[in-house]
Design a protein around this ligand. Sequence first.
Ligand SMILES: [Zn+2]
Length: 125
Amino acid sequence: MALAVCIQCGYLKKSPYSICISCHYSPKGDHQAMAKSLLLSDSYFDPERDYKPGKKELQEASERLQAGNQIDWDETILARLVEEQRELERYGSPSWLKIVLLLFAMFIIPIIALIVYILRATNRP
Ligand SMILES: [Zn+2]
């Protein structure tokens, strides 16, 4: 079973990006918060250090947060995770652009052609 820690209150949840049942906090939409949530979950794996947080570690982080203490975030890893999210979003945009262009070609261009045709037909002496 997947395990994650709510970065707001320390409650243990199943997935890093899911809404917390305890405090209703959701990291979605906030790159920094999503990176932190991922770090405090067993969905995270660091290929450079060949490291994945264990259950014990996550439980400790959970207890630390519940006691009102801060987590010592690794800023380098956080920055890298934020950058990875941005890259994923950049990847997502071209397909949207393609859909818009396709719709444009399918509907707008024939309509413009039709308008031009009608204008030419009515202006003919
Ligand atoms: Zn919470």
